[in-house]
Unconditional design. Structure first.
Length: 188
């Protein structure tokens, strides 16, 4: 789980403005910014303001990160290590998911949202294999989000269950059942 941001006030040198330093608890990156003053009390007030701003920007509460920030971070930290074609497919999946489901935050992605996504893909005429691929890529991204503390728990991904296409069964023992369902045996 991500921790809170802690901004420290440091002296840059004699007669110079104080410096605000912090480490991003999610990425372990170190940052610094001028406090714009040499007064310690004023710098401490600005440090508190910066902490609040950072918490709001990075949404230290898991799942409250904006969808666009999640996609950007997933792209930078994980997707960039995969094959170019995989990157294209995942980028396409995220784009289609955003267009169809309109998530504002990562926490908006729930089992119901994924089920609606599945139904909308089916309505648009996508093949079942394509729907499976899209859900697999989304599931992988959501697992990554749980692993890095951006999401508390993985939403349950609905299983794809479709009726058989109506093909004549291969096993002769199943032929009476197929006839009972009104299926006609194809000519050999």
């Amino acid at each position: 789980m991500p921790r809170d941001f802690h901004v420290h006030v440091n002296q840059a040198g004699p007669g110079l403005n104080l410096v605000l330093r912090w480490t991003n608890p999610n990425t372990s990156e170190r940052h610094r910014r001028s406090a714009g003053t040499t007064d310690r009390k004023e710098a401490a007030r600005r440090a508190r303001d910066l902490e609040l701003e950072l918490i709001q920007h990075y949404h230290a509460i898991p799942g409250e990160i904006p969808w666009e920030d999640f996609v950007e971070r997933y792209d930078e930290e994980y997707l960039s290590s995969l094959a170019i074609q995989t990157q294209r497919v995942v980028t396409s999946v995220f784009s289609i998911f955003k267009r169809l489901c309109k998530p504002r935050r990562l926490s908006d992605v729930s089992a119901g949202c994924l089920s609606r996504f599945q139904a909308k893909l089916r309505e648009s005429g996508r093949a079942e294999a394509t729907i499976r691929t899209y859900l697999a890529h989304l599931q992988g991204a959501l697992h990554w989000a749980v692993d890095v503390g951006m999401l508390r728990a993985m939403p349950k991904v609905p299983k794809l269950r479709r009726a058989k296409s109506g093909c004549w069964p291969r096993c002769p023992r199943s032929w009476p059942l197929a006839r009972a369902r009104g299926m006609a045996r194809p000519d050999p």
